[in-house]
Design a protein around this ligand. Structure first.
Ligand SMILES: Nc1ncnc2c1ncn2[C@@H]1O[C@H](COP(=O)(O)OP(=O)(O)OP(=O)(O)O)[C@@H](O)[C@H]1O
Ligand SMILES: [Mg+2]
Length: 308
């Protein structure tokens, strides 16, 4: 999403908030020059489960860190988080302790491979699969207090179109939809974009095609989705890139090591490097000190009747 699109997103959320007859109005805070900072907040999502989101987030984070960026990864699969397992980490505390007030977010951050930082989610706590507004805001406020230390916040979302998934997508500055060539993955990705577009006025998406043989196959999947989206949804989908189907990904999962670390020369690892380079050039909003980097905190969540 370029700068204009980001501004458009902010404007659309304000309009959306007004449309929802929200109680207070957004007050624009002028950004003072000396306070400028930028953090990219990117949600990685899919609709369908098991298409590779968690692997992609971890490897993209690693590749971005290798290129000198500071990266924080939020596992927002609150009920069934498994990013820590994928990375072979054994967290003592997780975001459930932040929600309960036992820990601050800075106290639960884990060190991941290559210097990426991880905010682990809980696993096996069913109530967390449907956070209430107060709990969601608590997480966002906590992350906002430390986010200035990072260039990128990557959000690994859960599968599906639950309230948690929609919330973290709307909160992010960019939404990357992961899809594989399987028809079920394509229809679920379309369904997710449809809900985000119709209910939350999200208009810009980036598509990342996973598990492909080559660029041609990835482009075909992209064309298939964007043709239907152009016809039936008023949204813009940009091709972000592809990740090769690579046996080393599965080998890495078993060894609890990401492929970029285990087999840096393998096709998928090369793809992650290319993607990280592209993502380094993403535009992000300029944020003033004390202002939230998240969209929902700034706009929608001030209001009790926000539809999350
Ligand atoms: N590029 C790839 N090449 C080969 N296998 C892959 C690739 N990407 C993912 N996989 C396989 O898909 C499995 C699921 O990946 P992952 O857990 O990252 O998906 P997910 O979308 O996060 O799943 P969930 O929706 O359950 O969170 C991995 O364990 C791995 O075996
Ligand atoms: Mg996952």
């Amino acid at each position: 999403m370029d700068k204009m699109n980001l501004n458009n997103k902010a404007a659309r959320i304000i309009n959306f908030a007004k449309h929802q007859k929200l109680k207070t109005s957004y007050k624009h805070k002028p950004v003072k020059k000396h306070m400028k900072r930028r953090t990219h907040i990117i949600a990685i999502t899919s609709g369908k489960g098991g298409v590779g989101k968690t692997n992609i987030v971890a490897n993209l984070g690693y590749a971005l860190r290798k290129s000198g960026k500071k990266v924080l990864i939020l596992d927002s699969d609150f009920g069934l988080g498994n990013l820590d397992v994928l990375l072979g980490l054994a967290p003592r505390y997780n975001l459930s302790h932040v929600i309960s007030g036992e820990k601050k977010v800075s106290q639960i951050i884990l060190d991941g491979p290559g210097g990426i930082k991880i905010l682990p989610a809980a696993s096996g706590i069913q109530e967390l699969t449907n956070l209430n507004n107060e709990q969601k805001l608590k997480i966002i406020n906590n992350i906002d207090s430390i986010i200035g230390d990072y260039d990128f916040l990557l959000i690994d979302t859960a599968a599906g179109i639950t309230s948690n998934v929609l919330y973290f997508n709307v909160s992010a500055q960019q939404i990357v939809v992961v899809v594989t060539p399987e028809p079920t993955s394509i229809t679920d990705a379309y369904a997710l974009m449809k809900v985000l577009s119709l209910q939350y006025n999200e208009k810009n998406f980036k598509l990342l095609v996973n598990c492909v043989a080559d660029e041609l196959e990835a482009r075909e999947v992209f064309n298939q989705i964007s043709k239907v989206a152009d016809r039936f949804l008023n949204i813009s989908i940009e091709y972000l890139g592809k990740v090769a189907g690579d046996k080393n990904v599965k080998i890495g999962v078993k060894k609890q090591k990401i492929i970029s670390e285990l087999a840096p020369a393998s096709p998928a690892s090369q793809d992650f490097k290319v993607l990280a380079k592209k993502m380094s050039r993403f535009e992000s909003r300029i944020i003033a000190d004390g202002e939230s980097c998240f969209f929902t905190e700034n706009f929608v969540n001030k209001f009790a009747d926000a539809p999350f």
